[in-house]
Design a protein. Structure first.
Length: 68
């Protein structure tokens, strides 16, 4: 799942900088910087609501997000 989230960020031209990605993710999904950092580092698994938000934002299937 983590690889797919980063692939979506890459596809949407989000900077590869860790700091920029954390800020983008935080602003886009209404998370704290710490929550965003943990999700993007694979230390926090997104809940169903966040998975749906990510899928909707990037127009992908939630099941695709869960694949490795």
């Amino acid at each position: 799942m983590l690889e797919n989230i980063h692939a979506l960020l890459d596809f949407n031209n989000v900077s590869k900088s860790k700091e920029d990605r954390v800020k983008y993710f935080s602003q886009t999904f209404g998370l704290t910087l710490e929550e965003s950092e943990n999700v993007l580092a694979g230390e926090l698994v997104p809940n169903k609501k966040l998975l749906k938000q990510i899928a909707d934002k990037f127009e992908v299937d939630t099941l695709w997000l869960l694949k490795n």
